[in-house]
Design a protein around this ligand. Structure first.
Ligand SMILES: Cc1cc2nc3c(=O)[nH]c(=O)nc-3n(C[C@H](O)[C@H](O)[C@H](O)COP(=O)(O)OP(=O)(O)OC[C@H]3O[C@@H](n4cnc5c(N)ncnc54)[C@H](O)[C@@H]3O)c2cc1C
Length: 574
């Protein structure tokens, strides 16, 4: 079937919904999501949203900007960071007015708490900057934005899987979806398409990300000739629940939680004497792994303790209710009386589809704009997080740049009509689906996926080196060969998740190679990318963004400069 809209947004997380709210009423807007919209990963966000509203103590957007740039290990584009830090208070009050039930302080104002890397007065001490709704900030923000979309009658294509972007005469003219409940293909024509497809944490074995976070959007863009920026920067969150990887939000440390090793030492005092447990995530994750490598993990195993017991039952239940319930359900441990076993877990990708400050997709290192194509949220790289994202800056990024993408699309759509296409957009996707359904090979999707997840963990997590990265590339490429021989047992039409997972795996394998290659070429250590063979940051050669291109000869790596406006790179001490 064919459908037509002015604007199509792929992704119903906070980024996609925020953009939809901006455009609805002024244009015909549709949102496509492979899962039911409110199940998008944004709903799992726990800790909060950063904004210098200063409700608890003095704060300024300049301090927020500085912390973000320093946290990024000076790789973030500072023009974009300035926009985000300045716009943050407005974004928070806007959410409050839409109906988000933020937690309140004693004066009845929006409550704020500490989060890693957020400081007062350019790094002097931690500052309370994270606005939150207990530890369910993502859930309530998602529900509020979804409610707004429903109220304004945004059209949802729920449980529709996007198979490909349709590029005609150099412009993105829509996309093709596979309607999962019906097993039918649709062409959705649009004057502008926004990718808001989230991250790709599921490439790794230990991750805090939901099952749907498979990185489809990255590869849709990559295969359409768009480069991917800074993909080597993959964030490991220090406190995943051992051994599952489920997130224990940084809010736990924001509220006063302390990390301890086998000897009971508060080891972060050695790694970050000023902010200790509230150092940025790359630093805390590496500290935990160093403790484990040096034999100070609990019982000689690969985890340490997160101790909340001194906080008291009242505070734990009020401020960290959801986390407490997870720990009880999954580990049978009550954090009120016992420490929580934690290990770093793959959490977030700093890189993504390159965009300008208005979400317009950039096609090369010169900044050529792709017509009709936008990206925002975790799948985009604007870049405000550089080599390492600070906690609570992602939800802020989604709100600020989701809105700006909406505004930019409203500007562009009057320039285009929904022309008839010069080709049949359904032909290739139909052949692809048919081809996959005929597969009778012996390889199993699940086995290849598990091998990929283990390989990425082994070769491309917190510590990396040349030999291991090269081996990772070779091994993932051989998985790609094995993929050619998969079998699909379910030949049915309705809710064929086996078919969908086969396509997702293809995306994941391609993205894994891009991550490994980008990491191999960056011969320095910066933020989340730590090369054991090049442990120092190298301003001379690598203060630049990586761009990975898909070419007929394979992947090609190029670079573009970082936009530095206010803060020159300096040593990163906490
Ligand atoms: C457990 C957890 C806790 C977090 N806590 C915080 C926090 O407290 N503060 C903070 O700032 N950040 C936090 N983050 C990070 C933040 O939540 C994410 O970066 C952010 O929510 C991503 O939002 P998004 O809108 O870009 O995408 P998502 O919310 O991931 O949504 C992606 C959407 O894309 C759709 N999609 C993807 N591929 C396709 C396809 N092929 N076809 C159709 N639809 C598709 C999905 O259906 C979904 O609707 C947390 C992350 C996790 C995992």
């Amino acid at each position: 079937m064919n459908f037509k809209h002015d604007i199509i947004i792929v992704g119903a997380g906070i980024a996609g919904l925020r953009a939809a709210v901006e455009c609805v009423g002024k244009a015909d807007v549709a949102v496509v999501s492979k899962v039911f919209p409110t199940r998008s990963h944004s709903c799992a966000a726990q800790g909060g949203i950063a904004a210098s509203i200063g409700n608890e103590e003095e704060d300024h957007w300049e301090w927020h900007m500085f912390d973000t740039v320093k946290g990024s290990d000076y790789l973030a584009d500072q023009d974009a960071v300035e926009i985000m830090a300045k716009d943050a208070p407005r974004a928070i009050y806007e959410l409050e007015h839409m109906g988000v039930p933020f937690s309140r302080n004693a004066e009845g104002k929006i409550a704020q708490r500490n989060f890693g890397g957020h400081t007062r007065d350019y790094g002097k001490a931690p500052v309370k900057r994270a606005c939150h709704a207990s530890d369910r900030t993502g859930r309530v923000s998602m529900d509020t934005l979804y409610e707004q979309c429903m109220y304004h009658k945004v059209k949802f294509y729920s449980e529709h899987y996007v198979l490909s972007l349709v590029i005609d005469e150099g412009r993105c003219a829509g996309l093709v979806t596979y309607d999962l409940p019906k097993g039918e293909l649709n062409f959705l024509a649009a004057k502008a398409v926004l990718l808001a497809t989230g991250g790709c944490g599921r490439i790794y074995k230990t991750t805090s990300n939901s099952f749907a976070t498979t990185g489809d959007g990255f590869n849709l863009a990559y295969q359409a000739g768009i480069p991917l920026e800074d993909m080597e920067f993959v964030q490991f969150h220090p406190t995943g629940l051992y051994p599952l990887g489920i997130l224990v939000s940084e809010a736990a440390r924001g509220e006063g939680g302390i990390l301890r090793n086998r000897l009971g030492e508060r080891f972060m005092e050695r790694y970050a004497p000023t902010v200790k447990d509230l150092a940025p995530r790359d630093i805390v994750s590496r500290a935990i792994l160093t403790e484990i490598r040096e034999g100070r993990g609990i019982d000689g195993k690969d985890y340490v303790y997160l101790d909340l017991t001194h906080l008291g039952e009242d505070r734990i239940l009020k401020k960290l209710w959801e986390i407490t319930s997870f720990v009880k359900i999954y580990l049978g441990i009550d954090p009120v009386c016992e420490p929580i076993p934690v290990q770093p877990t793959c959490h977030y990708i700093m890189g993504g589809i390159p965009t300008d400050i208005n979400g317009r997709v950039l096609m090369d290192e010169k900044g050529t704009v792709a017509r009709g194509l936008y990206a925002t949220g975790e799948c985009a790289c604007v870049s405000v997080h550089g080599a390492n994202r600070l906690g609570c800056n992602s939800l802020l990024d989604l709100l600020v740049f989701g809105r700006r993408s909406g505004l930019a699309m409203m500007d562009e759509i009057p320039q285009h009509a929904n022309h008839p296409l010069t080709f049949d957009p359904l032909k290739m996707p139909a052949e692809k689906i048919e081809g996959l359904l005929k597969r009778e090979g012996t390889e199993k999707i699940d086995e290849i996926r598990r091998s990929m997840q283990s390989l990425m963990m082994e070769h491309c997590s917190s510590f990396r080196n040349e030999g291991s990265l090269e081996k990772g590339i070779e091994d993932i490429r051989s998985l790609k060969e094995r993929y050619k021989n998969i079998g699909i047992k379910n030949k049915g039409k309705f809710f064929n998740y086996e078919l969908m997972e086969a396509i997702e795996l293809d995306h994941q394998l391609d993205i894994s190679v891009v991550i490994l290659l980008s990491a191999l070429y960056r011969k320095e250590s910066r933020g989340a990318h730590f090369r054991e063979d090049f442990p120092a940051r190298d301003e001379q050669d690598y203060l630049k963004h990586t761009l990975a291109f898909q070419t007929p000869e394979g992947s090609e790596i190029r670079y573009k400069p970082v936009n530095i406006t206010r803060f020159q790179p300096e040593a990163r001490r906490y």
